[in-house]
Structures are given as structure tokens and as C-alpha cells.
Design a protein around this ligand. Structure first.
Ligand code: FES
Length: 108
């Protein structure tokens, strides 16, 4: 489980946490999140789709977008915005910092 360092910056573990995978589900302070590789960047997102709660760890990340497996809406991994034609809120994203001592999550 994650180690904490202050109220907002949380150590997730080593740089190879994704270990060649495109995503991995994690739980931090009771929040179910998904770490997603987007090219060279790693981002954390809430794991439940904001539409009807589908598990986004079962979706795919393609071209900077995370695809929901249930109704196929997709989310922009830069700002969480949902694909055109949907009217629910954006996916919540959290910044991941890659530091010399590992990956850190910033929760707001
Ligand atoms: S549950 Fe994700 S788009 Fe409907």
C-alpha cells in the first residue's frame, strides 16, 4: 500500500510500478484509482466511469484517450473531458510526479 508524506503528496512506489503494462489499478487512501501510461507520461484517474460506474481498468488507452468498456465513451487523459455526445462530468485526473525516489501522486 502507498506510503504517505504529507497531506497531498503520496508515494506510490518505484518507477516500474506499471512494469510494462499500460495501466494498473491502485487504491490510495480508500480511493480506487487507475494508473495509466499515455506515451511517456503516467497519469492517475478515478477508476469508476463517471457515467454508470464501469470499471475503467477493463478499458483501453488509445491515442491519449481512456475508453470505457461499458458504453464506449472515452476520456481525454490531459483534462478528463468526455467524448462528444455525452453529457456527464469529466473523469477526475490526478498528477503523477516521477521523482528520483519513485512515483508520487498529488491529490487535491
Ligand atoms: S459506464 Fe462508462 S460510458 Fe457508460
Amino acid at each position: 500500500m502507498a506510503e504517505t508524506d504529507g497531506p497531498e503528496r503520496i508515494c506510490l512506489g518505484p518507477h516500474d510500478l506499471l512494469a510494462g503494462r499500460n495501466s494498473v489499478a491502485i487504491t490510495v487512501r480508500g480511493y480506487h484509482l487507475l494508473l495509466v501510461r499515455d506515451g511517456e507520461r503516467i497519469v492517475a484517474a478515478e477508476r469508476a466511469c463517471p457515467h454508470e460506474g464501469a470499471d475503467l481498468s477493463l478499458g483501453q488507452c488509445v491515442g491519449g484517450r481512456l475508453l470505457c468498456p461499458r458504453h464506449l465513451a472515452s476520456f481525454d487523459l490531459r483534462d478528463g473531458s468526455v467524448s462528444p455526445g455525452w453529457s456527464f462530468r469529466a473523469l477526475r485526473l490526478f498528477e503523477i510526479e516521477s521523482a528520483s525516489d519513485g512515483l508520487w501522486l498529488r491529490m487535491k
